[in-house]
Design a protein around this ligand. Structure first.
Ligand code: UD1
Ligand code: CA
Length: 451
């Protein structure tokens, strides 16, 4: 069995942010969550998260994770000091402990599994993930003997110019025999450029220590400032898009599209330029999304099209066309074969199958039956200045242009609302409602005439 420890106590000063570094979002999840996700294949016995800066915020962000324990590092005196805080929790443990920096969010699950296997099959005291980088600046450099056993790690800031030329870097991902590590940890010193207790100092006292070079160096990008975060986002997007392209999704002008990795797509989905899919969005086969759309936490059934529109927290059934310029937000459910578009906003509203709301409408806190036709400019007046109220519109209703339905109000089935009406009272089924003043025509009338 293996326990996982994640170092997440630092503020991340170089991010220049009030938000703790590990909570910065990267494609729909925090960096810290991504680090935990990367342990999926190794199934750890427990997760120990070292928290410090904004500890409560970090804890709250993982409230939906099970098996997670938090260890407080009150002062952040370095990565070695952070791991020292684990001593009480892991006292007497004969497990291996995987120590992960909380700011290395792009690791693949397979890589961690391989690291653990290498560690266990060689019975190492420690095994660490390394990479050969063209630009190793900022990372600790890993020095090995002729048998590829790690001798020492020297932090970038402590390297001589000669040592800086070593391109083999420490990724900040380690597997330790806890029993051996725990004997060395209490003896770290902070005599270095940064006056910190470095975890990397333990390697001079441990043996054997093996380094495992990662094949894809993009996996071990450590995030220290926002440029790194932007680079990591780009890498993540490339990964996600490649996966969907190979799974049969068409991306038109892929560079202009962004997709969170929490999104699920099906074969024969077409995504047009400048379209962004976020959160728990699920898209069925045959959908055409974009150009110019933002879809978040929404579920789209087969053959839905969305054109220059924004959808959040909504569902759309088969064959419905949305847009251009529609905004669906906060629990909207649109049935099959509907048409929603041209400057229509819907909020907390259900629209039955085969219904249309094609032009210039606001439908809020409403339920509409099937085969309803909402005329151009129809508004549900759902707010009386203090409270929201419901509007119910039965199947087969037709509202005339520019009608206002003042909630709470119910229209039965097959009601026709005359254009320009302000409907304040319920209307029974099979009725025409005209709620406006009659037109008055005064023949021959002229301004300033004697009449
Ligand atoms: C660290 C490594 C470096 C490696 C690099 C990889 C050390 C001394 N150096 O450097 O060799 O190349 O990562 O990205 O370990 N943290 C705490 N408590 C602390 C200090 C840090 O929990 O007191 C956490 C931070 O929140 C962060 C992680 O440890 O998640 C790494 O800390 P950071 O300061 O970014 O280390 P680097 O200088 O990048
Ligand atoms: Ca770092």
């Amino acid at each position: 069995m293996v326990a996982v420890a994640v170092l997440a106590a630092g503020r991340g000063t170089r991010m220049r942010s009030n938000l703790p570094k590990v909570l910065h979002p990267l494609g729909g999840k925090s960096m810290l969550e991504r680090v935990l996700d990367s342990c999926g294949l190794i199934q750890p016995s427990r997760y120990l998260i070292v928290v410090g800066y904004a500890a409560e915020e970090v804890k709250a962000s993982l409230s939906h994770w099970e098996n997670v324990e938090f260890i407080l590092q009150e002062q952040q005196l370095g990565t070695g000091h952070a791991v020292q805080q684990l001593l009480p929790a892991l006292q007497g443990s004969d497990e291996d402990v995987l120590v992960l920096n909380g700011d290395v969010p792009l690791l693949r699950q397979e890589t961690l599994q391989q690291l653990l296997q290498t560690h266990q099959s060689n019975r190492n005291a420690a095994t660490l993930l390394t990479a050969q980088l063209d630009n190793p600046q900022g990372y600790g450099r890993v020095f090995c003997d002729e048998n590829n056993r790690v001798q020492e790690i020297i932090e970038d800031k402590d390297c001589t110019p000669e040592q800086k030329r070593n391109q083999r870097i420490n990724a900040g991902i380690y597997c330790f025999n806890w029993n051996k590590l725990s004997k060395i940890l209490p003896h770290l010193s902070a005599e270095n450029k940064q006056q910190e207790y470095y975890l990397t100092d333990v390697f001079t006292s441990l043996s054997p220590v093996m380094a495992m070079d990662v094949a894809d160096t993009q996996e071990i990008v450590g995030i220290n400032h926002r440029k790194h975060l932007a680079d990591a986002y780009r890498i993540l997007q490339e990964r996600i898009k490649e996966q969907w392209l190979l799974a049969g999704v068409t991306l038109v002008d892929a560079d202009s599209i962004t997709i969170d990795d929490t999104v699920e797509l099906s074969p024969d989905v077409v995504i047009e330029p400048q379209t962004h899919l976020r959160g728990k969005t699920v898209v069925a086969s045959g959908c055409r999304l974009g150009p110019g759309s933002l879809i978040e936490n929404s579920q789209l059934a087969e053959d839905v099209s969305v054109f220059y529109s924004v959808l959040t927290d909504s569902t759309v059934e088969t064959g419905t066309r949305v847009g251009p310029y529609a905004h669906l937000r906060g629990n909207v459910n649109v049935g099959a074969g509907c048409r929603v578009g041209n400057f229509v906003e819907m909020k907390n509203t259900q629209l039955g199958n085969g219904s249309n709301t094609s032009h210039l409408s606001y439908l809020g806190d409403a339920t509409l039956g099937e085969q309803v036709n909402i005329g151009a400019g129809t508004i549900t007046a759902n707010y009386d200045g203090q409270q929201k109220h419901q509007t119910h519109i039965g199947s087969g209703c037709k509202t005339g242009s520019n009608s206002v339905l003042v909630a709470p109000v119910t229209l039965g089935n097959d009601v026709t609302v005359a254009a320009g009406s302000v409907v304040t009272d319920d209307v029974p089924s099979d009725a025409l409602v005209i709620a406006r003043s009659r037109q008055i025509v005064k023949p021959g009338w002229r301004l300033n005439s004697d009449q």
